[in-house]
Design a protein around this ligand. Structure first.
Ligand SMILES: CC(C)(COP(=O)(O)OP(=O)(O)OC[C@H]1O[C@@H](n2cnc3c(N)ncnc32)[C@H](O)[C@@H]1OP(=O)(O)O)[C@@H](O)C(=O)NCCC(=O)NCCS
Length: 166
């Protein structure tokens, strides 16, 4: 049994603990974290799941970013993580599917992420839509993926991906 809920400020230590547990040490040194520095995540899209013992077992966050010289707004999906004892139960799929729907309802039209294409393609993310995006170095370009939330969402949008306030 899982309860999905929005992450609240008081949940932050538990969510950070989950991310520390699920990712390799030094995760915050990853280049994508530079896009998040000093910027609040999109609160409506930060979801977590608590299990029957009230433990946080899955979480997802999104940040707003800007793309190209025009500074076109886009969403950056991630981090998303599921505790290793709960993987393979569809929790990440639920978090990703639910939040992508909410993002579209909120009027966002494009999402990018840095991740494994073999996993994210089931949610409609493609390398083709991420091809024109330049993430902060060092980022493996093959891991930069994009997804439209509205038809043509990425049309004509390309270039350097920057933090929201840069
Ligand atoms: C990736 C992650 C979020 C998936 O969570 P989950 O709740 O187990 O995912 P789901 O149950 O929705 O999907 C499980 C399926 O995804 C597959 N999968 C998981 N990671 C994958 C990857 N990197 N590449 C390809 N497939 C992957 C599983 O093999 C499984 O396949 P199946 O449905 O054919 O059995 C989780 O494994 C995790 O937290 N990993 C560590 C942190 C991480 O890497 N986060 C993603 C950063 S890009």
């Amino acid at each position: 049994m899982f309860r999905l809920m929005r992450e609240r400020p008081q949940d932050e230590p538990e969510v950070e603990w989950l991310y520390d547990t699920c990712f390799a040490p030094g995760r915050t040194a990853l280049s994508s974290y530079r896009l998040r520095e000093g910027v609040d995540p999109v609160a409506e899209l930060c979801l977590m799941a608590r299990d029957e013992f009230d433990a946080v077992v899955a979480a997802i966050r999104y940040w707003p970013v800007r793309v190209g010289e025009a500074g076109t707004p886009a969403l950056l999906l991630g981090p998303v993580a599921v505790h290793h004892t709960r993987q393979g139960e569809g929790l990440a799929a639920t978090l990703i599917g639910t939040t992508l729907e909410t993002a579209a309802e909120l009027g966002w039209t494009r999402v990018a992420l840095v991740g494994d294409e073999p996993y994210y393609r089931r949610f409609g993310f493609t390398r083709a839509l991420g091809e024109g995006l330049v993430m902060p170095p060092p980022t493996n370009p093959a891991r930069v993926l994009g997804r439209e939330l509205a038809p043509g969402g990425w049309d004509g949008v390309s270039g350097e991906v920057r933090g929201w306030t840069e």
